[in-house]
Design a protein around this ligand. Structure first.
Ligand SMILES: C[S@@+](CC[C@H](N)C(=O)[O-])C[C@H]1O[C@@H](n2cnc3c(N)ncnc32)[C@H](O)[C@@H]1O
Length: 334
């Protein structure tokens, strides 16, 4: 057996209890090998419903090794999945043929997380297959408290968290992102779950001016004539804040290492009394306790001290054996 196939088999064995729980609640999308933490840096194996997606991020792997890995997955799980190999680093000339997308890679598939259905596609113009598996615990937490709530989903991407909220019975879900193509997938996700259009909206906009307007703050922009989407002040019971590490726009900079408060404070100000924010920080170098301190301090400064700050642990298919998980999630109430 190729050493990578042995590593994959061990990783699946380690997930035995988790996979049993996930299968029991109808979930069929999860990470089977998180290479960076499990002895195979630059390699991940993910199941997305009927697909087994093998991704390489450093050196491409020969087709025979990928086949061996997939055989190991089939033996360890008993699942017969359609295989897609996606190389996300620079391909070497020898492997170019392996990177021609197959019909399976270009087709749209559906996977499930409990009662929620998500459309996924392994290869398209963007990079990720439309659903971030590591945020499952966050979506689960949102499902647990979304019923009857007015939800704002910022940096929504394909609206994964918003769709989970709507399926759980949210009164309304407003999803905001500046990538129209991601929101289009979000609308398909909503349709795949039969969510009525009057409960689920997508707003194609930069999040920064939206957030500042909702918080009653003046919009900052690089130039007086830069247009922005106007939005009426309105209360939200639950805000989802899942920003990228760093993004610059005509309305400022998202920088979750140096300046989380510039996103966090307006979120707290836009909350209805008794509301909650589910927030994330994806930066591995930021220690969880330091980030929590920033959240508490800036909430006090904003005049909205936190009543609670509950960390939400990422599921075990994204293990971090050094106690410093890259993705940190909290649920905070005011
Ligand atoms: C990490 S993804 C968010 C993932 C998403 N929350 C989910 O559940 O799958 C980051 C998203 O932020 C969007 N984005 C980055 N900067 C933005 C900005 N200033 N305004 C609006 N969207 C932004 C990107 O288009 C991308 O879809």
């Amino acid at each position: 057996m190729h050493p990578l196939a042995t590593i994959a088999a061990r990783a699946i064995e380690r997930r035995h209890d988790l996979l049993t729980r996930l299968h029991a609640d109808g979930t069929d999308c999860y990470r089977l090998l998180h290479g960076i933490a499990e002895g195979a840096p630059g390699l991940t194996l993910d199941r997305y419903g009927p697909l087994l997606l093998a991704q390489t991020f450093r050196d491409p792997l020969p087709g025979a090794v990928i086949d061996g890995l997939c055989a190991a997955v089939r033996d360890a799980t008993g699942l017969d999945l359609e295989i897609v190999h996606n190389h996300r680093g620079a391909p070497s000339a020898a492997h170019v043929a392996d990177h021609e997308p197959t019909a399976t890679a270009l087709a749209e598939h559906v996977c499930r997380e409990g009662p929620v259905r998500f459309v996924v596609q392994a290869r398209h113009r963007g990079q990720d297959p439309w659903l971030f598996l590591d945020l499952r615990a966050g979506r689960r937490a949102v499902r647990g408290l979304a019923t009857g709530r007015r939800v704002l989903n910022l940096f929504a991407y394909t609206c994964g968290v918003g769709v989970a909220a709507a399926v759980a019975g949210a009164a309304t879900v407003q999803n905001v992102d500046f990538a129209q193509s991601a929101l289009e997938v979000g609308r398909r996700n909503a349709a795949a779950n039969g969510i009525a259009a009057d409960r689920f909206t997508t707003l194609h906009s930069d999040c920064l001016p939206v957030l500042r307007q909702l918080a009653g703050q003046p919009v900052q922009r690089r130039g007086r004539h830069v247009p922005f989407v106007r939005i009426d002040a309105q209360p939200f019971d639950l805000i989802v804040l899942d920003p990228p590490r760093l993004a610059r726009s005509r309305f400022g900079t998202v920088d979750v290492v140096r300046d989380y408060p510039s996103l966090w404070k307006p979120c707290l100000l836009a909350l209805a009394p008794g509301g909650a924010v589910l927030a994330t920080n994806h930066v591995p170098e930021v220690a969880e306790s330091d980030w929590h301190q920033v959240l508490r301090k800036s909430a006090e400064k904003a005049g909205r001290p936190l009543r609670s700050l509950e960390p939400i642990a990422v599921d075990d298919d994204f293990p971090s054996f050094d106690g410093r998980p890259p993705l940190k999630v909290v649920l905070a109430t005011v």
